[in-house]
Design a protein around this ligand. Sequence first.
Ligand SMILES: CC(C)(COP(=O)(O)OP(=O)(O)OC[C@H]1O[C@@H](n2cnc3c(N)ncnc32)[C@H](O)[C@@H]1OP(=O)(O)O)[C@@H](O)C(=O)NCCC(=O)NCCS
Length: 333
Amino acid sequence: MSDLKGKSVIISGTGSYTPPKILTNDDLSAIVDTSDEWIRTRTGIRERRIAAEEETTSDMAANAAREAIRNSGLKIEDIGLIVVGTVTPDMPFPNTACFVQKKLGLGKVPAFDIEAACSGFIYAMNVARGLMLVNNIQHALVIGAEKLSSITNWEDRTTCVLFGDGAGAVVLSLDEREDIGILNVQLGADGTETDILCVPGGGSASPYTVETIERSLHKIHMQGNQVFKHAVRVMCQSATEVVEGAGLRTEDVDLVVPHQANTRIIEALATRLNIGMERFKINLDRYGNTSAASIPIALDEAWRNGRIGSGDNVLMVAFGGGLTWAGALVRWP
Ligand SMILES: CC(C)(COP(=O)(O)OP(=O)(O)OC[C@H]1O[C@@H](n2cnc3c(N)ncnc32)[C@H](O)[C@@H]1OP(=O)(O)O)[C@@H](O)C(=O)NCCC(=O)NCCS
């Protein structure tokens, strides 16, 4: 085990990939009884991306990963670990990270998935960070990637308007400077609320049968208003704890990159944290909710648009099925 003192873990590169096919609110209103006006005013979403039929989660993950590695200035062979956050793996097993390893042509480095729904990216980032420090791994890939269109019930207007496909990635690197990089992470879960957002079928509790498929139990089920209430509360709590735990105040936060689920949730969070909306990165209008992919896609977009500079304090905060929640305070190198 290495000496953990005097080492930090920084984000040294970001990347993202979203499939080219756009599904607009008007396109959806031809499939279910909904309207552009309803979706926009209730969620803020205008359109989302949908992966091609043959395009897998690991295809999208590998595309995002290549870009993150390129932006970090490193080579693929420098990567010593792959962790993927996803609820839509290519297969129940092997894990998606193994497919990514093969697609990148990377050596035999450890590769595994984390399943914490929409909080999956921050969970994955913190697990990777711990392994890097303990096992002295110089560089790691952390990816959030989802093909939610494969588990969306396209006959359920209360859920199908919300979700989209895509992938985002970061390269994490060990660094000698102690005051930059991932300053603090806060993770939490409440297993008493497993039923308000879930895919009830297809696992060991209810293996696939003709009946489970006919009842769409292998698709997303959600009690939207319950999820909404919890989301605002736990995101606010997580954000406050992670900022305070880093010895900072909300005034010190330069940019918030929240999980991109619903503009109204983000606005409620902004009000409670007393952080102006101009300090929030929002792109859910174009991508919808991409679960574990949403934060790394938004982070990459913010970085490419020049919204993140050296020394900036970036707050990431997420919630999702489980319930799970997570916050991370990262100072940009
Ligand atoms: C899903 C969500 C947008 C619904 O908004 P809401 O204001 O709570 O709406 P409700 O569920 O109370 O439904 C209000 C009405 O709109 C209807 N409705 C639901 N979806 C609709 C749609 N796509 N188009 C038109 N009408 C719709 C409902 O049937 C209901 O009609 P009724 O009053 O006749 O019964 C909102 O609850 C939400 O965003 N929740 C959080 C979901 C989320 O973020 N999930 C991911 C977590 S990571």
